[in-house]
Design a protein around this ligand. Structure first.
Ligand SMILES: [Zn+2]
Length: 496
């Protein structure tokens, strides 16, 4: 993430990060552990795809594109998630039918698929009822890892449809976690099993104490969300407006949504993009301010980096200690609304801008947030400065004092989330020294080359998972200037 974990103490300018961490090592791509118990595959013929249970409310909206492993190759095709959610707001539970169409674009035959199942990190939350596919021979769910064995292997370039049925009983969320329910609000983030990226192996990292550990490919989503009867008064905050009950989001890394019966909302448009802000009625002034500044940030970044990648941007207030970005949707902690002083330079506005910038840096351009978190966090943080420089130049330099200099940051920009056991140290190194590196890089290149580089980095890596190497490869095509002293100053020894 994406996170800015800051809390106000005493005044708006006295801040302490809430981030913490511990020393861990990332998981290596694992093979099946010998102790794993495999469940036999539920045999269904491909023609049975389509629910074998109660009929869907709007079956015509879902036309399963069942493809067998013998379908013609669809090279470069994105994974498609089609989910039908029966939502029980009163009882905080969901029943979900998930159809995944996966195309093997790895270039090698796959004998297994690995899915991240974040809700299964907690007892009693996630219950997997069915796994089915034409060529699955078994599956194993261990914590947040679901491994599905394919027999025969899925050849490169061919596709597979996987069906899962699961239930979620949402846990109470604490102030450091969004997933679950809190204060009359359900937050569904990383709530469904999804296929993780495949590189040399499957990329599914261990959770750290700081930062984000999940890595996402871009995918297409059709999500039907149906509140159970008599609960239709709830508002659903989603990354896109529904077409009847179906939310269609394309080229996104994840689909997050929230539900509450307590919100007010406000909307506006910027060009073809609809922005919507959800907030408690008592916080209407701030809910509107957030909406207006997000709109300005969206315009600013579209101008600087390239077109906004989604049809809408949704901002959800939450009882949360932080801000957190998802595709087309982000969360802002209510504390920032309550501590708003009405000025442009405070954490309510800075975090609004930061999370908006993540729509380009982590949404449009993906990265490995566990191993190379600077690629999104340094850019999102420096983007805050760009927003102030462009729109409120009178306070742009004060931004550096508020967000960076106050913390006298130390540490290597390219730290991993596992490298530090303190949230402030992590933020200082990756976010704050990351912003300082980008400031110095811009000064070295000059504005024309620097912004041309950012635009090309966004364009070239759009829809992909960028690496440190990609960043510097594209940068090298925009400058011949010697950057070795900057690399030595900001990056770990031995950085190429
Ligand atoms: Zn961030």
């Amino acid at each position: 993430m994406r996170r800015f974990s800051f809390v106000f103490f005493c005044s708006a300018f006295s801040l302490l990060s809430l981030l913490s961490s511990c020393l861990q090592t990332p998981a290596s791509p694992a093979s099946f552990a010998p102790t794993v118990t495999y469940h036999p595959f539920v045999t269904l013929s491909p023609t049975l795809f389509g629910p074998p249970w109660a009929p869907l409310p709007s079956p015509s909206l879902f036309r399963p594109t069942v493809q067998s492993a013998s379908s013609s190759p669809a090279v470069g095709a994105r994974t498609h998630y089609r989910m039908q959610v029966l939502l029980d707001y009163v009882n905080r539970s969901l029943v979900v039918d998930e159809y995944i169409t996966y195309v093997n674009t790895t270039g090698v035959p796959l004998e297994n698929l690995v899915l991240a199942v974040e809700p299964n990190r907690q007892e009693g939350v996630f219950k997997l009822e069915t796994v089915a596919a034409p060529s699955v021979s078994g599956y194993a769910l261990n914590g947040s890892r679901l491994e599905v064995r394919l027999r025969p292997a899925l050849p490169a370039g061919e596709s597979l449809e996987l069906y899962l049925r699961f239930t979620l009983n949402l846990p109470p969320a604490d102030i450091f976690n969004l997933f679950g329910y809190r204060s009359g609000q359900m937050n569904l983030v990383d709530w469904y099993p999804f296929i993780v990226p495949y590189r040399v192996g499957w990329v599914l990292h261990e959770k750290g104490e700081v930062g984000e550990h999940l890595v996402y490919e871009t995918a297409d989503f059709d999500v039907s969300i149906l509140p159970t009867e008599a609960q239709t008064s709830v508002l659903i905050a989603a990354p896109v407006a529904p077409d009847r009950n179906v939310y269609r989001l394309q080229g996104a890394r994840t689909f997050a949504f929230s539900v509450s019966d307590r919100w007010k909302m406000a909307s506006r448009t910027v060009g073809a993009t609809t922005l919507t802000s959800y907030f408690l009625p008592a916080d209407e002034v701030q809910g509107q301010r957030v909406l207006d500044e997000a709109a300005l940030a969206l315009e600013t970044f579209a101008h600087l980096f390239g077109p906004y990648p989604y049809p809408a941007l949704t901002i959800v207030q939450a009882e949360f200690a932080d801000g957190m970005e998802y595709d087309g949707l982000f969360y802002l902690g209510r504390r920032f609304y309550l501590e708003d002083d009405g000025t442009k330079l405070n954490y309510l506005i800075a975090l609004t801008v930061h999370e908006t910038a993540h729509q380009w840096w982590r949404g449009l351009v993906g990265n490995d947030s566990a191993l190379e978190p600077w690629l999104d966090e340094a850019l999102a943080t420096y983007s805050e400065y760009l927003f102030y420089e462009q729109n409120y130049p009178g306070v742009a330099e004060a931004w550096w004092a508020l967000r960076v200099e106050n913390f006298a940051p130390q540490g290597f920009v390219d730290a991993r989330i596992y490298d530090m056991d303190d949230k402030q140290m992590y933020t200082n190194a990756v976010y704050l020294r990351g912003a300082l590196f980008l400031r110095d890089l811009r000064a070295r290149l000059g504005d024309e080359a620097f912004f041309a580089f950012l635009r090309e980095y966004a364009a070239q890596m759009s829809g992909k998972i960028a690496s440190d190497e990609d960043f510097f490869r594209i940068l090298a095509s925009h400058t011949q200037v010697d950057l070795s002293d900057l690399l030595q100053k900001y990056f770990r020894p031995g950085h190429p």
